[in-house]
Design a protein around this ligand. Structure first.
Ligand SMILES: Cc1cc2nc3c(=O)[nH]c(=O)nc-3n(C[C@H](O)[C@H](O)[C@H](O)COP(=O)(O)O)c2cc1C
Length: 351
């Protein structure tokens, strides 16, 4: 049995456990990342942030560069295709306080791939390597890269691209061994992860279909990966992280579920504002309350409510015992010490 509480490192960045919380667009808000850290993730990652958005000083994009004191170690992930603007964006990521800059060379979504970013870079190893070396030269924090196996089904391109990226300066690679064409169908082929591990001398993180402690242990043992990454299994279910890291394997009580969800709602409202948060949060109600935990009509009731205050009221009415738990959680998390962007005007191009 491997001990997932064993620390490891990416360059100088110490990571306390062998579990990494996956970057997920539309999911990996600060509340998700902080919760992930509390439940045993050794490293958390922002969702992919548009390099073009940073370049154009898009306000919403810059909001993704907010880092809280209790998130470290944290990676901020960038996507883009121009080495120069990627390097400038990476400098902002570093200035924002991230411990690592992660690059998305795996996103299969057309909106991203048609711009030459995401998984497209697996077909353009020269450009991919230029991006990594430009960023490695621009920042002091380590650069990590997240890959898929290749664009098309059966592709083994990651075994060619991955080692080149290490030569270019990548300090770690994460492999999600599905093709871009596969999207999320089929299964992640971690035999490929094992091959990648044997080809590079930097830590490799295994991503894809890690849903239990048994699966995490099997993938770590058979691939030689330094850590596993957990994505979908943690949506509305931070307890699975605890289970994977410690083998705690505990079903949460209704009170615990409601307390975590209420805290999640409050934090997300603080981060995104009520208007954005109320729409954003709807999918989380199903994720938290599903899995047979609460009757289906209850979840449907919450989804149609307009205000998150009303959602909170209904949740706490359904499990009043959650009230002291929420208070305790609120007391434990640091507040008011977020590292907001304190960048020189020149970085913003303003003034
Ligand atoms: C909703 C969703 C959004 C995702 N967004 C990103 C992203 O922004 N960047 C990225 O590198 N991977 C992204 N992924 C891929 C995950 O990080 C992970 O590699 C993939 O889901 C496989 O792991 P899993 O089986 O544990 O979910 C996303 C996945 C999902 C389901």
């Amino acid at each position: 049995m491997l001990d997932l509480r064993q620390p490891w490192a990416i360059g100088p960045v110490e990571i306390p456990t062998r579990l990494v919380l996956a970057p997920m667009a539309g999911v990996s808000v600060q509340a998700f990342r902080r919760q992930g850290r509390r439940f045993g993730a050794g490293l958390v990652c922002s969702e992919m942030v548009s390099c073009a958005g940073i370049e154009h000083r898009n306000e919403r994009t810059l909001g993704y560069l907010r880092v809280a004191a209790d998130e470290h170690p944290l990676a901020i992930q960038l996507f883009g295709s121009e080495p120069g603007s990627m390097a400038e964006a990476a400098r902002m990521v570093e200035a924002a306080g991230a411990d690592l800059v992660d690059l998305n060379f795996g996103c299969p979504v057309r909106k991203v791939t048609k711009t030459g970013a995401g998984a497209t870079l697996l077909d353009d190893p020269d450009r991919a390597a230029r991006i990594v070396s430009a960023i490695a030269a621009a920042v002091d924090i380590p650069v990590s890269v997240k890959l898929r196996r290749g664009l098309r089904n059966g592709s083994r391109d990651c075994l060619v691209v991955g080692p080149r990226l290490v030569v270019a300066g990548a300090a770690s690679l994460t492999l999600h061994p599905r093709s871009a064409q596969q999207m999320y169908t089929g299964t992640a082929d971690h035999a490929l992860t094992a091959e990648l591990v044997s080809l590079v001398d930097v830590p490799v993180v295994a991503s894809g279909d890690i849903v239990s402690r048994a699966k995490a242990q099997a993938v770590l043992a058979t691939t030689g990966a330094a850590a596993v990454m957990v994505g979908r299994a943690a949506q509305g279910n931070p307890w699975v992280l605890e289970e994977i890291v410690d083998g705690a394997g505990r079903e949460p009580s209704r009170e615990e579920i409601v307390a975590e969800l209420v805290l999640f709602v409050r934090e997300t409202v603080r981060e995104l504002g009520e208007r954005r948060a109320s729409g954003f949060l709807k999918k989380f109600y199903g994720w938290y309350l599903g899995r047979g935990r609460f009757p289906r009509p209850f979840k449907q009731e919450l989804v149609v409510l307009d205000s998150t205050e009303e959602v909170e009221r209904r949740l706490l009415a359904a499990a009043p015992g959650a009230i002291p738990l929420v208070e305790r959680l609120e007391a434990e998390i640091p507040s008011g010490d977020e590292v907001t962007l304190e960048l020189p005007i020149s970085v913003y191009g303003g003034g």
